[in-house]
Design a protein around this ligand. Structure first.
Ligand code: HEM
Length: 499
């Protein structure tokens, strides 16, 4: 009897060793990749900068490789050719989304453009964005709103200097400015007070910020789906609470707008903002809420990070800043910059392209998902496999870019390579059907803010430190969590304009 028990225990132990340690848990036919540990897979290999670690792994395993993140199988594309296969050749098949567990909230995914599948509802939202909200006509019509908010920022910074206010926390100024740009584009009002960040106006900003923080926090259930429904760390509930608070604020605003329209008796108002367009498009409150909230969420953090990186690179490279200023002085003179100057500022555009090449704010884009089992570059990708495209690695690939780590905007001066989705060596906004819909808008205000910050101010580091000592920390591709934050000292160049 004892022998039988011992034999049973031994064979169970050997089976477990085989199952957890020896057996290769990856489905057959997938691209190669590092060997996964039992249970955790390759999770411990990723660290704080997964895109950088994945770039290193691509050097060993190639343009297309497989990882096991807990129970998740993930395929990573790391070259322009592999990205084109995923986002162009097989665009439809890889257009599914892997929805992070934290966001699997009832009535959220269904209304979300970011998280829903490319279904009829998603197509309708994309059409509204393309033909109305981000149409060339709307972008042009709202230019004066963006210019006015950027001038508020310039004057605020000018006053800081005249008042001897010293260093400013630049991320906060940029973020607040973007928030007010969005507030005015969306609902014709400021939602942040640069002079007084503690005033009541910052409620929406605080909620969106909190939402982004929660979204950037790892949820173990993404790797171990068995934990999925338990929400044992309360992350899903925390997001649901914030979403509800945002929803309540919008609901009041929308009710007021509908009432005003009824009073005007013409079913419309004369506002030129997104709310007006969406009410005209007959979207209901829930749909409008979800779309506006996603615009704030998807548009502010990404754009703020890009602007902050551009400024940091320019501070570190004074000769490039001088060249940019010469262009601005030549084309704009001492006046405020307008959006219609942008097409005449090729070096500014080269600086923006170079910033997005080195610092794409969503370095792995958003996670795609295979809708069906399919062939990709000779490998078999199983249905529901998660696909990541490493835009960060692609932007720094020495096979594509000469001296890839140096900030050299000149490389773009005689090049037609841009980030609009047809050059797969530069895809900070993605490409194909899920390309960022906000690109035309982001393009405008990123150019406008970077140009204004450089045109109107000389920047120094806090404590008079030498620019070469500036080290920007990066986490998940963003500067947002940077610690300590970047404090800069503005020095006005055109006194008249900054008053
Ligand atoms: C520097 C600025 C920005 C960058 C680099 C950026 C980048 C991206 C990327 C990489 C994606 C995912 C593409 C994919 O799934 O392959 C995305 C999606 C999205 N972005 Fe942006 N974005 C920026 C600004 C904006 C702005 C200003 C808005 C709106 C006002 C916006 C709204 C969205 C939305 C709604 C999606 C989801 C689209 C979908 O899944 O169909 N983004 N963005």
């Amino acid at each position: 009897m004892e022998l039988l028990i011992s034999l049973t225990l031994l064979s169970s132990f050997l089976f477990l060793v085989y199952y957890l340690v020896i057996r290769d848990p990856r489905p057959k036919g997938l691209p190669p990749g590092p060997y996964p540990w039992p249970i955790l897979g390759n999770l411990l290999q990723l660290g704080d900068m997964p895109h950088a670690k994945l770039a290193t792994l691509a050097r060993t395993y190639g343009d297309l490789f497989t990882l096991k993140l807990g129970a998740q199988t993930v395929v990573v594309a790391s070259s322009p050719a592999a990205a084109a296969e995923v986002l162009k050749t097989h665009d439809r098949l890889f257009s599914g989304r892997y929805v992070f567990q934290t966001f699997r909230i009832k009535n959220h995914v269904e209304y979300s453009m970011v998280w829903s599948e490319c279904n009829d509802y998603w197509k309708m939202l994309r059409r509204v964005c393309r033909t109305q909200i981000f149409s060339p006509k709307m972008i042009e019509a709202q230019a004066h709103l963006r210019e006015a908010k950027v001038m508020n920022m310039v004057r605020f910074l000018g006053r800081k200097e005249f008042e001897g206010g010293g260093a400013v926390k630049i991320a906060e100024v940029i973020f607040g400015t973007l928030f007010n740009i969005f507030g005015n584009l969306i609902l014709s009002k400021d939602v942040f007070d640069l002079e007084d960040p503690g005033s009541g106006k910052e409620e929406m900003k605080g909620l969106i910020w909190r939402l982004m923080e929660l979204g950037n926090t790892t949820n173990p259930a993404d790797y171990f789906p068995v934990l999925g429904d338990t929400d044992f760390l309360g992350q899903r509930k925390a997001v649901a609470d914030v979403l509800k608070q945002i929803h309540d604020i919008w609901t009041v605003i929308l009710r007021e707008r509908r009432e005003r329209r009824t009073k005007l008796m013409q079913g419309s108002d004369d506002d030129e903002d997104f709310v007006s367009v969406l009410l005209d498009a007959d979207l209901d409150d829930h749909q409008i809420n979800a779309l506006l909230m996603e615009m704030f969420g998807a548009g502010t953090e990404t754009s703020a990070s890009t602007i902050e990186w551009a400024l940091a690179e320019l501070i570190k490279n004074p000769e490039i800043t001088s060249r940019l200023r010469a262009e601005l002085d030549d084309v704009v003179g001492p006046d405020p910059i307008k959006e219609d100057h942008i097409p005449r500022l090729p070096f500014l555009n080269a600086c923006v392209r170079e910033t997005l090449r080195l610092h794409p704010p969503t370095p792995l884009l958003l996670p795609h998902r295979a809708l069906d089992t399919c062939q990709l570059m000779g490998y078999t990708i199983p249905k529901d496999c998660q696909i990541m495209v490493n835009a960060w690695a692609i932007g720094r690939d020495p096979a594509t870019w000469r001296d890839p780590l140096s900030f050299s905007p000149e490389r773009f001066l005689n090049s037609d390579v841009d980030y609009k989705g047809s050059h797969f060596e530069l895809i900070p906004f993605g490409a194909g059907r899920r390309i960022c819909p906000g690109l035309p808008l982001a393009n405008q205000f990123i150019h406008l803010i970077v140009a204004s910050l450089v045109h109107h101010f000389d920047w120094g580091l806090q404590g008079g430190a030498h620019p070469s000592s500036l080290v920007m920390e990066e986490k998940f591709g963003l500067t947002l969590q940077k610690d300590p934050p970047l404090f800069l000292v503005p020095k006005t160049r055109h006194q008249q304009t900054c008053k």
